[in-house]
Design a protein around this ligand. Structure first.
Ligand code: GCB
Length: 601
């Protein structure tokens, strides 16, 4: 019990079921994000004091008001003790920290003491890389901000709130699944809780660069770069853009806090064959951000996907950001292995299913020359009629775009996965697609769609708002006969390119059998051979993303073969043991096999 809260009526919280009310205010979102590339971070990673809070007692009883004084000085009893020494590492998932926390879905408190205050002329921003799902930030006992969305970063300005000496930063994280969230309560991956990406403070000048986006200018014959700059405040002035290797040193006029310019430059274009990146520096006053940026053009023309004007076919694979030991938390080594396995398979593209992956993925894919489909978890039966759910989904999408829009590797924004074609879904997802296009006209917008079961065609009202139709199909697995696929493809006459955004079959590594022995490696390999045989006859299929690179944790999967894992991986969950399907797809993707889509690689 908090001493200050309890002074009036120590039992008031027992009757207050509106206890969440005060924390709905102060929600931060995409507009609050600050570009941090090349900035010096004060890392807050490491051990934080930690406790689970199944009943939201901390919000009800206002635990955050309690100073971390020693128990000898307490004058009333407490139920929480932020000075106690139980800790957890940030970043990490509590679901992986202790076996007894594995299935915990609910609230938790993180406390960290910061013995530091900025200089009087500095501003300070806290950046949390990701906290699943809702986070509420408190500083020195005061509620500062909240954030929704489990996979995107958020920034909270702490200017004027840090004091010299000890500061108490607390984050309440709530990982509950709920019908109105994005994703909702039903999904095919493990619901990890926690602050599972990096946390840092950034010291900034009074007026700082909030965002800087650079890309190849459209329709300028690959001979110009468009720079867009937004500052923290509505001031006038001049920003600078320097790209030394291109001889660019330009002044960009800033009016009312923002400005843009089209700069003459002829960069070597980024592509999987030649993933060329340039050092870019953007400045305003004393503030500087530094990025490595590749320049490329991606568009759809008729039934073709064009990269830098030339037709391409996406030889992809889907991947979850999942690990048996660390859950949704990842590492540079794990990401590098993921990209290396995709390359070994012969991929030029990855679908990052089903939520924004770690920031570093796109940075390393920029270097490796892999194209990315990045998406938000608008997955299955979202509460499409709920305006608050829409606002949450759109914010997650815009946070992802804001985070990754300088990454040449990201070529597709995915706005949803397998959502039934209802009126409410049409309104929700067409608005999302248009929001993506407005925020970023330099990428393709896609969704992983379902088959129209009434006409047995690739047909979805949402397609009118997409550049590319993704199709998830499991003929030969959930639907045992491949003939359905042939019928579907013969029936369909899409007016824009289609990529198979998912297709796959489960196999337990080491389980062998014939081509029809379910859950055997052999059946999985045979599944992919037959699928590719059929798909490669269709010229408008411009890509394929087999489901999925690694086996991943999913509580929906409980047979003796699955035991809590979706086993459609081409590699087992140890990320080492390759199944026969890995080699089958590698052979299909190798230069000797007929490519999909009748195109080039
Ligand atoms: C799908 C979903 C994906 C599942 C997969 C499966 O269609 O999009 O999230 O994991 O099927 O294995 O059933």
């Amino acid at each position: 019990m908090s001493e200050s809260a309890g002074a009036a009526d120590p039992f008031a919280h027992l009757h207050d079921e509106d206890y969440l009310g005060p924390f709905g205010r102060g929600r931060v979102g995409h507009a609050d994000l600050v570009i941090t590339a090349g900035r010096e971070a004060i890392s807050l990673d490491g051990d934080w004091r930690f406790t689970l809070d199944l009943f939201d007692e901390g919000l009800r009883q206002k635990w955050y008001l309690d100073e971390p004084d020693p128990p000898e000085s307490w004058t009333v009893p407490r139920d929480y003790d932020c000075g106690a020494d139980r800790t957890i590492a940030v970043p990490s998932c509590w679901t992986c920290a202790r076996p007894e926390w594995r299935y915990f879905e609910g609230g938790a408190w993180y406390t960290r003491f910061i013995d530091w205050a900025p200089a009087p002329d500095e501003r300070v921003v806290l950046r949390i890389g990701a906290a699943n799902y809702e986070a509420r930030v408190f500083l020195n006992g005061a509620f500062v901000a909240s954030h929704r969305g489990g996979f995107t970063p958020f920034c909270v300005e702490l200017t004027g709130k840090l004091r010299s000496g000890a500061n108490r930063l607390q984050v309440n994280v709530d990982s509950r699944r709920a019908a109105d969230r994005v994703p909702m309560h039903h999904f095919d991956w493990f619901n990890d809780g926690g602050i599972f990406r990096e946390v840092a403070l950034f010291r900034l000048p009074q007026v700082f660069i909030r965002d800087a986006a650079l890309r190849l200018a459209p329709d300028a014959g690959f001979g110009a770069i468009k720079a867009e700059i937004a500052l923290s405040d509505a001031v006038d002035g001049t920003a600078s853009v320097r790209i030394p290797e291109l001889g660019v040193d330009a002044a960009v006029p800033i009016v009312g806090g923002s400005g843009s310019a089209t700069l003459a430059a002829r960069p070597e274009l980024w592509s999987p064959q030649s993933p060329r990146l340039y050092d870019v520096e953007v400045g305003f006053g004393a503030d500087r951000v530094r990025e490595r940026i590749g320049f490329r053009d991606i568009r759809v023309a008729g039934m073709e996907i064009l990269l830098n004007g030339a037709p391409i076919v996406l030889q992809g694979v889907c991947v979850h950001e999942d690990d048996v030991a660390t859950g949704r938390a990842t590492s540079e080594a794990d990401i590098r292995r993921r990209l290396a396995h995709a390359k070994e398979l012969g991929c030029n593209a990855l679908r990052l299913a089903h939520y924004p992956h770690h920031d570093l993925v796109a940075r390393l894919a920029d270097e490796a020359g892999l194209m990315l489909w990045a998406e938000v978890p608008v997955y299955w039966a979202i509460d499409f009629a709920n305006p608050a759910t829409y606002a949450d989904a759109e914010n997650q999408l815009l946070e992802l775009i804001r985070r990754d829009r300088n990454r040449a590797s990201v070529v597709i924004w995915g706005v949803g996965n397998e959502n039934a074609d209802t009126d409410a879904r049409y309104r929700f997802m067409s608005s999302l697609a248009e929001a993506a296009r407005r925020a970023d006209p330099s990428r393709l917008v896609a969704a992983a769609c379902l088959i129209n079961r009434a006409t047995f065609r690739i047909e979805d009202r949402l397609a009118a708002h997409l550049d590319l139709i993704g199709l998830n199909e499991y003929f030969g697995w959930y639907e045992p006969e491949f003939t359905g696929l042939e019928r579907l493809l013969a029936n369909s006459a899409p007016d824009r390119p289609v990529v198979i955004s998912e297709f796959g079959a489960d196999a337990l590594a080491g389980h062998r059998g014939g081509a029809r022995t379910l859950f055997s490696e052999d059946a999985q390999a045979a599944f992919f051979r037959r699928q590719f045989e059929i798909l490669s006859t269709v010229p408008w299929i411009k890509g394929a993303f087999p489901w999925v690179l690694y086996d991943f944790r999913s509580e929906r999967r409980q047979t003796r073969f699955q035991k809590g894992f979706n086993r459609k991986g081409l590699i087992a969950e140890d990320k080492r043991t390759k199944k026969a399907a890995f080699e089958a797809i590698r052979a299909l993707y190798s230069a000797n096999a007929p490519p999909l889509g009748g195109g080039s690689r």
